[in-house]
Design a protein around this ligand. Sequence first.
Ligand code: IFM
Length: 552
Amino acid sequence: ASEQWRWQADEGQEIEIDKFVGIYTTRDTGNPAQKASDEVNAYAGRGFDDMLLAHVEAWAKRWEDTAIKIGGNRDAQLWANFAGYHLIIAGNGFDERVSISARTLTGTIYKGHIFWDADMFMIPFFIYTHPATARAMLMYRYHTIDAARQEAKDMGAKGAMFAWESTSTGEEMTPESVIAPNGEVILILSGKLEQHINCAIAYGVWQYWIATRDEDFIVNAGSEILIETARFWVSRVEEHDGIYRILNIEGPDEYHEIVNDNTYTNMMAVWNIERAVDAINYLKSHHPEKWLALKEKIALDENELIEWADVSEHMYIDMNHGNLIEQFDGFFKLKDIDVYKFEPRTAPLDSILGREETAASQLVKQADVVMLLYLLENKFSEDVIKENFEYYERRTGHGSSLSPSMYGLVAARLGRMDMAMRYFRQAAQIDLANNMGSAAGGVHAAALGGLWQQLIMGFTGMRAEEDGFYIDPKLPEEWDRMKFAFIWRNNHIDFDVERNKQITITIGHANEVRVGIYGRQLQTLRPGATYRSEWDGTTWRDIDGKGQEGVA
Ligand code: IFM
């Protein structure tokens, strides 16, 4: 679109031009030109200053629910702001037909395709800062579920298998191969094998449901996603001597393709089935007529649930290596490696070793077992978490931008603050210092979402559960304070953590919330009140409202 203006300019005269642009497409309305022009005229009538003010106010409101203030470390503050800003501008709570691609709209790598990056790494940020955007992203999955059902059918399976890389239709868009700089044709198997994306989508649905209690969503969309993805897993497993196995699969670690029983996938699949059962029970007890309608819509015979229970109970989970979890069957037989022996290095470890040697070694590309230690923390003892973290940390090359923040998060929960800070810096500098050399292709949005998760789920130790949420702040030594906010079930909650001193929690006016120090009982905190917890030298004391403002 171009326009020309002509006028007779007098010497010294100032001319100011305000340009208003409206964009609509036939996706939005039957007559996009008319709609765009009506909108432009309406805004132009308000004038530029008025619009600028509205824009500033909208940002201020958004920042109130998002901003994290870090005292004592200016760099960390800038990194947190950068992550929040980029995620905010990438999300669109008004459009359920799109989600956020791996590099947002800032670059062309991955061609705007949507990966598990959106559901596992970015959606948590939106759930707690702008639930409408999280909902729209999940509804994108719901609107593309027919393509996922077709994919499952084409594989001879039941239920729905979501695409590893998708666009507006939900069909599989992962390229089948790429040509390496040396001319070698490299097959890309992730489109066929990284089926753990189903669990990431289920995870997004469940986290959103826990944090928002959005009945309309769980009843009319979320349950169907949980059930159809669970159904896929039940038909995907193979039974061998009473044990269910998932063969020929790829977990998050993309250096090892076509493996058997990737523990991450097996355990998350069981989790997926269990949450689907929870959703069914919820529908049955709270919305029985909706349950009957859904059952009919997806032709689900309740006898299927007997098989679901059997698969959940008898899925193959490695228990042959003491506290250590084998990433997949045979992983421990691969050649051992210590990534620290290659430091300092500038090239990714898989290019130093070459593809074949990498695949034959225990070099891990990105958080795989370590993701489990975070996502399914309740399933493991502290010793199991520590031992596995240490084992995999020495064997992970962080060849994916999704990795450092997850290691940083688990390190923070374990109180390994120097290491947590090192990973936090590494994750933050992927775009800001181009430390992976790929920033020109666009911002690494999953790393930005991961950075937020490291801050909230890692450094402040937030754990969301069905009955309420827990916190357990452990701040790096150089930070004296961290202020942050998030939304829990419609309520804006402010936190002010003074390192090893005091936590102040101010509850918004919407409703009461159940909050606890991690490892202790949940307590009921009243709307509009302020509570505190003090550091006793080793741990946080129970949250105390007595004598505090707003609490009787
Ligand atoms: O989804 C990721 C994957 O886990 C690692 N390779 C890049 C993808 C897109 O960011």
